[in-house]
Design a protein. Structure first.
Length: 493
């Protein structure tokens, strides 16, 4: 992670932002554009730059990078920057742009990358503001991209992408080497069709997504740095979020033996990535997701899976600090269901309930970060201390049984001996299990668990749990206090 090159990871952002980096006059627009590409590590060349009345015409534009991470280029035959006479600048471009990128292969292998073009008929933009504070709107009726992946130096299929009814609005302010970006992009739909081939597998398929809505905020200071830690130290930061509506896909795969088909979709979802010198955030969600896999290698015609909701979130501090910092972790999968064919393999007699399964783990807490994690040498252990942990929600529901819980703990990092190197905890976890004994009995009747193993499990449960208020209900309070471990008030350590 230390050697992640910021300029490479933000190539798409650089293209979009630089395309719209305009000012009051066409000449200021052009200069600002060059400054932005240069600050992101690119070299700009042109065939000519000349005035034609109220329009600055740039021909044979090319922005290219060439460093240890590989090469990339973007070219336009013509770009026209027109003074509207009202303090704004209109932007039009050639209907087609070309791009290429290439990365060195692993030892003994040739390079990998892609070449392609994007047709953008009717693309237009209006930019207003000043050199240091610009607002602009772009309209793209359609963007038709064709890309040829290259693997080991040879073509490896084709990818086609069609974006329809897309708009973007951005505000880009500040000096060229520290631009602050605030933007939004929308599209009615995106359609992807691909054919990918390598030595072992052929894949063809399609993906269709509706109602895309993306937002981005970022500080571009430090984007030119090779080392991400250096870029973050200069102020680089980014917060990107994307939501989408109905999604469907279908892929056919073949490895020379049994062909397979994968199809499915969802009713929508979201994704977020944010990073700055203080923290890093990953988050995502999905709604009403389904998938069907069919293959001659399967013991039955097809496998179906679906779930009502999924979610993931990780917030982690990464900068050194004298005070504790917040962190959180969430993962959830709600109402997971699988086809009867899978159930029949696991439970041919229908002993277990076919109820949807759910798993939720929702935690938060505080940690003391004692060194900058992004500057930690590869392979080294990060220097941090866990100070508190809250279990906001623990839910596991499967085959008629349900386990729920919540609790909170603090940790004494001056005591690493009581629990064998772990900081001594103080706090408690409340748990409730419903239907556990019934599920255990059914697993015994199915022969998945022996009588002796079941007896041992019941004895273990009896040590930690008490009968609850309902039928087949058990409760437990697991507590750490006074350097001891207690279950329902009974000290076990």
């Amino acid at each position: 992670m230390k050697h992640w090159k910021l300029a490479g990871t933000t190539a798409i952002l650089a293209i979009v932002a630089a395309t719209a980096a305009q000012a009051v006059t066409p000449e200021e627009v052009w200069q600002n554009w060059q400054d932005f590409y240069t600050s992101s590590g690119s070299t700009v060349t042109t065939g000519s730059v000349a005035r034609d009345g109220d329009t600055l015409v740039i021909t044979d534009f090319k922005a290219a990078t060439d460093d240890e991470s590989g090469t990339s280029s973007t070219t336009f035959a013509e770009i026209r920057l027109t003074d509207n006479g009202d303090g704004s600048v209109a932007v039009t471009m050639s209907d087609e742009m070309f791009f290429a990128f290439e990365a060195p292969g692993l030892e003994g292998e040739q390079s990998n990358g892609a070449t392609g073009s994007a047709k953008m008929p009717g693309l237009s933009g209006i930019v207003s503001g000043s050199v240091d504070d610009m607002a602009y709107d772009f309209t793209m009726p359609s963007v038709d991209v064709t890309m040829v992946p290259m693997e080991n130096g040879a073509p490896a299929g084709e990818v086609k992408l069609l974006l329809t009814d897309s708009t973007s609005r951005y505000q880009l302010s500040g000096p060229a080497d520290a631009k602050v970006l605030d933007g939004r992009v929308t599209a009615a739909s995106i359609a992807v069709n691909l054919t990918v081939k390598d030595a072992d597998t052929d894949v063809t398929g399609s993906l269709n997504v509706a109602d895309l809505d993306g937002k981005i905020m970022g500080n571009m200071a430090g984007i030119e740095e090779d080392d991400i830690a250096d870029g973050l130290a200069k102020g680089f930061g980014m917060d990107m979020a994307l939501s989408y509506g109905a999604l469907n896909y279908e892929f056919d795969m073949s490895d020379g033996s049994a062909p397979a088909n994968l199809m499915g979709g969802s009713e929508g979802g979201s994704f977020q990535f944010a990073m700055d010198a203080a923290r890093i955030l990953f988050a995502g969600s999905g709604n009403s997701v389904s998938a069907t896999l069919s293959s001659a290698d399967l013991p039955f015609p097809e496998v179906k899976l679906s779930y009502a909701e999924s979610g993931f979130k990780l917030l982690m501090p990464i900068s050194k600090g004298d005070a504790t910092q917040d962190f959180s972790f969430l993962t959830k999968l709600v109402d997971l269901q699988m086809s009867e064919e899978i159930w029949s393999l696991l439970d041919p007699t229908g002993t277990l309930p076919r109820d949807p399964a759910t798993l939720v783990i929702d935690t938060s807490g505080q940690a003391l970060v004692k060194s900058d994690l992004m500057a930690t040498p590869d392979g080294a252990q990060p220097d941090a201390e866990l100070h508190s942990l809250t279990v906001n929600d623990l839910t596991a529901r499967v085959a008629g049984a349900e386990l729920t819980g919540n609790g909170a703990f603090t940790f004494d990092n001056t005591d690493l001996t009581t629990y064998g190197g772990m900081p001594a905890p103080t706090g408690k976890l409340d748990l409730k299990l419903v239907g556990g004994n019934t599920l255990l009995d059914k697993l015994v009747s199915m022969g998945l668990i022996g009588e002796e193993e079941a007896m041992g499990a019941r004895m273990m449960i009896a040590m930690f749990a008490n009968p609850g208020a309902g039928e087949d209900e058990l409760t437990s309070v697991l507590e750490f206090r006074d350097k001891g471990f207690f279950a329902n008030g009974q000290q076990l350590q």
